[in-house]
Design a protein around this ligand. Structure first.
Ligand code: CDP
Length: 234
């Protein structure tokens, strides 16, 4: 069976990662969380004093450090979640904190950072059979992807879900702070000069405000099956 490249883009906390991970598992594909890579670079910048009080980034120093930042993924363990490695260290928990969330969008707006990570992402997807989620996967990383989904939900619903997620992970945060962070990241991600968050022309929109996880997965599998059968008949 033809192995596709699947791009899932959308707004922050829209449930992309959960849905991309589940889809990959169901169809036996590799899943890559591109946001985790931006988060790992942000953690590195924070740990090396490259982030100022108002989230201004020392982009020159960070760009010069990129060759020293090795990002990897450890296959899913008993928790079912792939862990992100920064220079060999498991940073899965640290990269999800509000501190990292507050600085990640300015870091992701730096053209050198994007260039570097996009190349790594393209190399990871060379062979197909991959589900990658992010902001620019269908537009910049894999413009030729056979299946593209753009996920959207209201900012309030997304904040509600993120608060629950942070609670479950043992790093609780206030709803207002989370909502503010989501809106600010949406703004920076959509207005940056390089690869802003945009729906690719050939992406299918999924608004999951009122959808359960199961309904969402059914919708995705149906779309996947129709694309596979179309690809095999042509
Ligand atoms: O988990 P959440 O949806 O909130 O965000 P994420 O996927 O972990 O991505 C964190 C941040 O990385 C985003 O807000 C973007 O600023 C940036 N990002 C990006 O610019 N391009 C990507 N392909 C993925 C993430």
């Amino acid at each position: 069976m033809k192995r596709l490249t699947i791009a899932i883009d959308g707004y922050s906390s829209s449930g992309k990662s959960t849905m991309a991970r589940e889809l990959a598992k169901r169809i036996g594909y590799v899943y890559i969380d591109s946001g985790a890579m931006y988060r790992a670079v942000t953690l590195y910048a924070l740990e090396h004093g490259m982030v100022g009080e108002n989230q201004e980034i020392d982009s020159e120093r960070l760009s010069a450090s990129l060759p020293e930042i090795r990002i990897g993924f450890e296959p899913a363990g008993p928790d079912g979640i792939q862990h992100t490695l920064l220079n060999g260290r498991d940073v899965e928990k640290e990269i999800r904190t509000m501190e990292v969330s507050s600085s990640v969008s300015p870091v992701a707006a730096i053209p050198e950072v994007r260039n570097h990570l996009v190349k790594l992402q393209q190399a990871l997807g060379e062979e197909g059979g991959i589900v990658m989620d992010g902001r620019d996967i269908g537009t910049t990383v894999f413009p030729e992807a056979e299946m593209k989904v753009f996920v959207d939900a209201s900012a309030e619903e997304r904040a509600r879900r993120r608060v629950l997620e942070l609670q479950e992970k043992g790093t609780p945060a206030a709803y207002d702070k989370v909502l503010e962070n989501i809106k600010e990241r949406d703004r920076i991600d959509s207005t940056r000069a390089v690869s802003p968050l945009r729906k690719a022309k050939d992406a299918v929109t999924l608004n999951n405000d009122r959808m359960s996880r199961e309904e969402q997965m059914e919708w995705l599998i149906e779309l996947y099956n129709s694309i596979v059968s179309h690809a095999e008949n042509n």
